[in-house]
Design a protein around this ligand. Structure first.
Ligand code: 4NP
Length: 151
């Protein structure tokens, strides 16, 4: 089993989309995907209704996800940890115990060549078009990740 964790700040907008997208592109018998937030404000909450709506309109159901907070033992449980932006990166790296923890962590847009930013913008204070933009960025990234894992 290959275990992959998606991380953002709240675990209600961006990482639930990345979680659902990558899960939809990989066989579930050999890949386990999860997501978490570095913050604790939304623990136990479902994804933001706008993330649920954008995923649903693209054929992906993320409504059963529940937000949880990133924890140090995630470094042991997961092979790859993809964060959405530099702030998430700094927060996760601050919890790393040694270099092998740090080596698991990368910004998810680093897997995409032709993208203007390496940070997935936080859509929380935006509108549905911001969530659609996030979905599109994450769809490209997850396609690239799944292709390299299945190659
Ligand atoms: P996310 O977005 O990190 O993509 O889940 C956010 C959700 C909630 C908050 C910030 C970002 N918040 O401050 O509550």
């Amino acid at each position: 089993m290959t275990n992959i964790l998606m991380v953002c700040l709240g675990n209600i907008c961006r990482s639930p989309l990345a979680h659902g997208l990558l899960e939809s592109k990989l066989p579930q018998d050999s890949f386990y995907i999860d997501s978490a937030g570095t913050g604790n404000f939304h623990i136990g909450d479902p994804p933001d209704h706008r993330s649920i709506a954008v995923a649903k309109s693209n054929g992906i159901d993320i409504s059963n996800q529940q937000a949880r907070q990133f924890k140090v033992s995630d470094f042991d449980a997961f092979d790859f940890i993809y964060v959405m932006d530099q702030s998430n990166y700094d927060n996760v790296i601050a919890l790393a115990r040694h270099d092998s923890d740090k080596e698991k962590v990368s910004r998810i847009l680093k897997v995409v060549d032709n993208v203007g930013t390496k940070n997935v913008p936080d859509p929380y204070h935006g509108d549905l078009s911001d969530f659609e933009h996030v979905f599109s960025l994450l769809n490209n990234a997850c396609t690239s990740i799944s292709k390299s894992l299945l190659a």
